[in-house]
Design a protein around this ligand. Structure first.
Ligand code: GUN
Length: 283
């Protein structure tokens, strides 16, 4: 029987733990604080930022929104980041992507203090992830790992197939699963014989960004866990990379869209904000 991995239920469980920790910090007079920087008025970005803001406040994490004009220069934005880096009351900084085209995004992400980099996008944190020493790890991959672990199945020695190699999801989840002793294959648009890899995989993570990229015609193991990271619109409806209906009763575990990875990403952002808070307190 196929079991649905509910990201919503798992997120609620983890959020209760986060809220308890944040409340204890608040009782000690420490207010864990996330600063979210939003440049311009991209509708999707605004909606993501509002969801992050709301979730933080619901879980006793302070959230500060810094909304900046679309036409801000890279230099002025760098100046804003520097202010947040130097603000001892701010523990986590997130710069919402994508940034407007005229801004040098790489320069901006590199300017965020690695200790406050709750996205885990700074090259120092990326490097630390590769050598297994990262404290701040990108939120979506952390959420995916929680979902896989929630099945209770061992990851050790399993063949994990990651489809997609983005810096935000594909590469970091490949690295995380490798650290959890999976044998990892990272597939991408130039990969040959994806079908034969799908047949062998024990864990499949699809982060392709193409509506219903994986259909029930694909042969997969009956014991496979499928995590769908897709966030695509088809006929005005949010759908994943995986046609879930077509895999029902054919696989062991599958995550839905919506209600899958999405709620976990925001949960891990709050987890990272607490991690950054503890880390800064130690210094
Ligand atoms: N835009 C879409 N996803 C993300 C994310 O994980 N972090 C940031 N900063 N921006 C995003």
């Amino acid at each position: 029987m196929t079991k649905i991995i509910s990201g919503t239920d798992l997120a609620n469980k983890l959020r209760a733990e986060i809220k308890e920790e944040a409340t204890i910090l608040q009782q000690k007079g420490i207010i864990p604080t996330l600063a979210v920087v939003l440049v311009g008025d991209n509708k999707a970005s605004k909606s993501y930022v509002n969801s992050k803001h709301k979730a933080c406040l619901e879980n006793n994490i302070n959230s500060v929104k810094i909304e900046l004009d679309e036409n801000i220069s890279t230099a002025s934005l760098l100046n804003e980041i520097e202010k947040l880096n130097n603000d001892s009351e701010v523990h986590g900084i997130l710069v919402q992507l994508p940034l407007p085209k005229h801004i040098d995004a790489e320069q901006i992400l590199n300017a965020v203090s690695p200790q406050k980099d709750v996205d885990g996008f700074h090259p120092i944190n990326v490097g630390k992830l590769v050598i297994g020493e990262a404290k701040l790890i990108p939120c979506t991959p952390l959420g995916i790992l929680e979902m896989i672990k929630s099945t209770g199945d061992e990851i050790d020695g399993k063949l994990a197939l990651i489809i997609g190699r983005s810096n935000i999801v594909g590469k970091p989840i490949s690295t995380l699963l490798l650290q959890n002793n999976a044998t990892v294959i990272t597939a991408h648009s130039k990969t040959k014989n994806l079908d034969s890899l799908l047949e062998q995989a024990d864990i499949i993570v699809s982060c392709v960004g193409s509506a219903h990229f994986l259909t029930g015609e694909k042969k997969v193991k009956e014991t496979v866990t499928i995590i769908d990271v897709g966030n695509n619109y088809k006929d005005g409806k949010l759908v994943g990379d995986v046609n879930l209906e077509e895999f029902m009763e054919k696989v062991a575990y599958i995550s839905p869209v919506p209600g899958g990875v999405g709620p976990l990403t925001i949960t891990m952002l709050m987890r990272n904000t607490l991690t950054a808070t503890y880390d800064l307190l130690e210094k």
